[in-house]
Design a binder for this molecule. Structure first.
Ligand SMILES: [Zn+2]
Length: 149
């Protein structure tokens, strides 16, 4: 993903750009001055994983389905009612990529042998909100189909 340059510093034969993500990229000064560079592919930023939401789980980069279920509109008053909840079905929890993209909650306390499953609250401002909400709708549709016969 290209990142905009927010600042630069010339030192000797090296141009150091500061990118919008906060990382720095160094270029030989001749190269930096010969073309007007506005954005650079940041080598330090992890590429955005391919993430797909299904009615019964999440798949990252084509890996195994991480089973979960979705909830909506059953929150306490202090939480935005449009928030969609994601709850892991398995105790091994969500993968590192999902932990990077969402704030994962888990109340596991190994001291008291209490094991909890991963939970995520996705508010409408989250970049994946639309996809997560669509997965909730797909889950509802799936259940309706199964119980309406
Ligand atoms: Zn970066």
């Amino acid at each position: 993903m290209k990142k905009s340059i927010v600042d630069f510093e010339m030192s000797g034969k090296v141009m150091t750009y500061t990118l919008e993500c906060g990382h720095k990229a160094k270029f030989p000064i001749e190269q930096a001055l010969s073309v007007r560079i506005l954005a650079i592919d940041c080598k330090e930023c992890k590429p955005m994983p391919r993430i797909k939401f299904y009615w019964n789980g999440i798949r990252v980069n084509g890996g195994k389905l991480q089973r979960c279920y979705f909830s909506y509109r059953n929150w306490v008053p202090s939480i935005d009612p449009e928030t969609v909840g994601i709850s892991a079905k398995d105790y091994d929890g969500f993968s590192a990529e999902i932990h990077d993209l969402f704030k994962v909650e888990n109340a596991t306390d190994s001291q008291s042998d209490y094991f909890d499953k991963d939970r995520i609250k996705v508010t409408p401002t989250h970049p994946f909100y639309t996809q997560v909400k669509a997965a909730f709708d797909a889950m509802e549709a799936h259940h309706e189909k199964r119980f309406s016969r």
